[in-house]
Design a protein around this ligand. Structure first.
Ligand code: NAP
Length: 366
């Protein structure tokens, strides 16, 4: 099978580097185009990232000698790649305009940025949960008059720690009314160079700008339904979150307490919850997408797991690893969940979105 050529916008950044590493030898996609800010444009990729290549192995040969282009000019990508991953870090309005410019050129955009997450006709995908939201893409194209281009986005990385177990319970007939979430987020989530070492070593920072709002709102769009010309948000659960930055390189952890919207005698037991999670399987597994984990949720029983260093690579960094499931004295149950923020939460999650789009025919006529 001929591989589909792909470009990375923001290729020099934390998430962009992950894309380049994870797409090396990908069975369906091949990186043929890299773009970043005007500061990097014109340099060979290997020179642009020389002092800041953060992935623990060499830059893939096929990319090292590509010349970095200016991501601000979408027309430069024409003829060089069929679609792009967007891992840009710049002003929201600038990213929104830029992603639309690529789509208008006929180049689909699979984005990690937050700029288009709240655009009504843009799907915010976790393929195990809301692949049905792909239905909105035709409407998005019609709204803009785009024939091949479109935009699909990923949610914030912190949500990946608890969306899968939450959704698995809802799908099994156990609706959730309220949740309290405290995240312990890795420093790689802030990009490079990110938070200063003086703030991070021997410390915890109890604030991440904008993150609590994302954590509390994005889950409602993901759990929503396509209705007419837009995605209609779900109304539950109500989420209250506290987001903190901790001195961990990769792997976001969350402590979660939740309350079911069910009478006492209909609430699931701890054993039933564990069964639901352990048996959870969905569209990416059915379609056998290359980056799909065999087990999207992995439950551990040790009293001191999950831990970022020990558990973040579970299922190639694509699993939600859960431990410490127990009764909650305030709500119904509580647990600790972990996911790899630059893999499931960023680049590999974006690649899984692209694999879903390809499997569903959205790249057929590029
Ligand atoms: P990062 O390390 O700061 O990288 C930012 C990238 O954007 C670099 O390639 C940079 O190019 C480029 N850029 C900056 N200003 C630009 C401009 N004016 N024009 C064109 N390109 C510009 O950020 P990151 O952590 O990789 O995050 C990238 C995106 O993914 C962000 O939107 C972030 O919110 C999202 N995200 C990150 C994570 C995570 O875990 N890190 C998770 C989920 C989503 P230069 O190198 O040339 O400056």
């Amino acid at each position: 099978m001929e591989k589909i050529s792909v470009g990375i916008l923001g290729a020099t950044g934390m998430v962009g580097q992950r894309y380049i590493k994870l797409l090396d030898n990908h069975p369906w996609f091949e990186v043929t185009y890299v773009a970043a800010s005007p500061r990097s444009a014109g340099k060979l990729y290997k020179d642009a990232v020389a002092s800041r290549w953060l992935i623990g192995s060499d830059i893939p040969q096929g990319v090292a000698n590509l010349t970095v282009q200016d991501a601000n000019d979408a027309s430069l990508a024409l003829g060089k790649c069929k679609f792009v991953f967007s891992a840009l870090e710049m002003g929201k309005e600038e990213i929104k305009a830029l992603e639309e410019a690529y789509a208008a050129e006929g180049i689909p955009v699979v984005s990690n940025a937050s700029a288009n997450r709240w655009t009504d006709d843009v799907p915010m995908l976790i393929p195990e949960i809301n692949s049905a939201h792909l239905d909105i893409i035709k409407k998005q194209q019609a709204h803009h008059g785009w024939d091949k281009g479109f935009i699909a986005v990923k949610p914030n990385c912190s949500l990946q720690t608890y969306m899968m177990p939450l959704y698995a319970l809802i799908r099994a007939g156990y609706p959730v009314k309220r949740m309290i979430v405290t995240t312990l987020q890795a420093v790689s989530g802030a990009g490079y160079p990110g938070v200063s070492s003086f703030d991070m070593i021997d410390n915890i920072v109890p604030y991440i700008g904008g993150e609590e709002e994302k954590t509390e709102r994005e889950c409602l769009k993901i759990l929503g339904t396509v209705s007419g010309e837009k995605i209609q948000n779900a109304t539950a659960p109500v989420v209250s979150s506290t987001c903190t930055r901790v001195p961990v390189i990769d792997g976001h952890t969350a402590t979660v307490s939740l309350e079911f919207d069910l009478p006492e005698d209909k609430k699931p037991s701890l054993e039933e919850i564990e069964r639901v999670w352990t048996e959870f399987s969905s569209v990416p597994q059915e379609l056998k997408l290359p980056s799909a984990p065999d087990h999207a949720i992995v439950v551990r029983h040790e009293e001191n797991r999950p831990q970022p260093r020990r558990d973040r690579e579970t299922e190639k960094g694509m699993a939600c690893v859960i431990g410490r499931l127990r009764k909650c004295n305030v709500f119904d149950v509580k647990f600790v969940a972990l996911s790899h923020n630059t893999k499931r939460g960023a680049a590999l999650g974006g690649i899984l979105n692209a694999e879903l789009l390809k499997a569903k025919g959205f790249f057929d006529n590029l």
